[in-house]
Design a protein around this ligand. Structure first.
Ligand SMILES: Cc1cc2nc3c(=O)[nH]c(=O)nc-3n(C[C@H](O)[C@H](O)[C@H](O)COP(=O)(O)OP(=O)(O)OC[C@H]3O[C@@H](n4cnc5c(N)ncnc54)[C@H](O)[C@@H]3O)c2cc1C
Length: 410
């Protein structure tokens, strides 16, 4: 029977990261993947959605650039090419990943794996002796009672990636990162979008100012939304909300989170990534894998969240609603920045929450928010004082100088 120091079930970000780092340290590693290497992130999540989002943003931006002197007559898009570009992007990245995994010395078996006991994995009638089993089996779209996926009228985030044509109207249930990103993709392409959120505000996990700003932006962009609401009943594609509203979407996208996938006897293994059911983000999965393989620790309270699109949304640390009177809240509108006016991207703000001489929360709605947040994360993780941050020389004109503009007034 073949023996490996580590047997990893699941070839998503958690599994392949752990595998490659363990192999590079000289361990023998076998990785089992029942579908495609790269997992949800590469094949059904982070990457394909960002490719679609990019195409849609480009289209929407050009469509609205007449006012800045870049007009196009009869601007069109070909959705089949948009889909083709998404598929090619995923394939290209997957090929590089497959090569990197192979070159690291990890043996990959494409089969569904089961844990027989704490030192045995079975796959396709073969048994493998394993020193340590790692479960990295990820998650799957969460279903709601009465809204079970049928792939036709009630779609999951997996189903929606297989669309070949765009709907005229769509109802999105849930306003987390997945719901908001899809609302943006569809609405950029001209689909009529309605979002239904059961909580009081859109993006309920975000800082209250971020939620309110996104609601304002959605109103401006004519993305309809209902908060504190949910589906009462569906009659032949006619959807009735608890609030009394009636909608007739082409289909419903249910984006209400993800449920962990766990194999049998997983308690005999170390569990990482989405299958833990904790923070379900690719970078968290990767970080857990790095801690396991390399011993690099991480701070669970400082995991950044990002929602892509125009403008980007990014946050890390404490939200205003989590803080007491001993914290300060500072907010700079993006209109204060010259670069934003040049880019025609004045929507948003940078908000910092501070306590004593430290930043404890950062919330950004702005172009480049996904990059800006990391500078604040570096300061927060390393306990850099606001006084020391003030000594940094920020280049002009940039979005990051907004951070300096806030700090200097403290
Ligand atoms: C639409 C969408 C957009 C997203 N966008 C982002 C984003 O922008 N940024 C971000 O950080 N996160 C994003 N995520 C979340 C991200 O995809 C996940 O957090 C990440 O993929 C988790 O990695 P993982 O390795 O734990 O699990 P997964 O990526 O789910 O990988 C698990 C793998 O295990 C395999 N597997 C399961 N059971 C078995 C078995 N018994 N035998 C063999 N193989 C098995 C599966 O086939 C799968 O390939 C998004 C998710 C979705 C759905």
């Amino acid at each position: 029977m073949e023996y490996y120091d580590y047997g990893i079930i699941g070839g998503g970000p958690a599994g392949y990261t752990a595998g490659m780092f363990l192999a590079k340290q000289g361990h023998s590693v076998i990785l089992f993947e029942k579908d495609k290497l790269g997992g949800t992130c590469l094949n059904k999540g982070c990457i394909p959605t960002k490719s679609l989002l990019h195409s849609s943003e480009l289209y929407a931006e050009i469509l609205s650039s007449n006012s800045i002197g870049v007009g196009f007559e009869n601007l069109e898009f070909d959705f089949s090419k948009v889909v083709e570009k998404k598929d090619k992007t995923v394939e290209k990245i997957r090929k590089s990943l497959e090569l990197a995994v192979k070159n690291s010395g990890v043996k990959t078996v494409y089969a569904e794996a089961c844990i027989k006991d704490k030192n045995t994995i079975t796959a396709e009638n073969n048994e493998y002796k394993i020193g340590n089993i790692i479960t990295a089996t990820g998650s799957k779209p969460r279903e709601l009672k009465g809204l079970e996926f049928d792939g036709k009228f009630i779609l999951s985030s997996d189903d929606v990636l297989n669309l070949k044509t765009l709907p005229k109207s769509v109802l999105i249930i849930g306003s987390g990162a997945i719901g908001i990103e899809w609302a943006r993709i569809f609405s950029n392409f001209g689909t009529e979008v309605t979002v239904v959120e059961i909580a009081e505000h859109l993006i309920p996990t975000a800082d209250i100012d971020v939620s309110k700003r996104i609601e304002r932006i959605f109103k401006q962009k004519k993305v309809k939304f209902y908060t504190k609401d949910s589906i009462e009943k569906i009659n032949d594609k006619q959807v009735f909300l608890k609030s009394g509203a009636e909608l007739s979407p082409d289909f419903i996208l249910v984006a209400v989170g993800r449920s962990p996938v766990l194999p049998n006897y997983c308690c005999d293994s170390t569990i990482i990534g989405d299958s833990c059911g904790e923070i379900q983000l690719a970078h968290y999965a990767i970080h857990q894998a790095k801690e396991l393989a390399l011993g690099i620790p991480y701070n669970k309270d400082l995991i950044p969240s990002i929602i892509y699109g125009n403008p980007e949304i990014a946050w890390v640390g404490k939200r205003e609603q989590d803080c007491g009177d001993d914290c300060k809240k500072l907010l700079l509108p993006i209109t204060a920045l010259g670069k934003a006016w040049c880019d025609d991207a004045t929507e948003g703000f940078i908000k910092l929450i501070t306590k004593e001489d430290k930043i404890i929360g950062a919330h950004i709605v702005s172009k480049e928010a996904s990059s800006l947040i990391h500078m604040l994360l570096t300061a927060m993780q390393n306990n850099i004082s606001i006084n020391d941050m003030k000594k940094l020389c920020f280049a002009h004109p940039t979005y990051s100088e907004g951070i300096f503009d806030i700090l200097i007034n403290l």
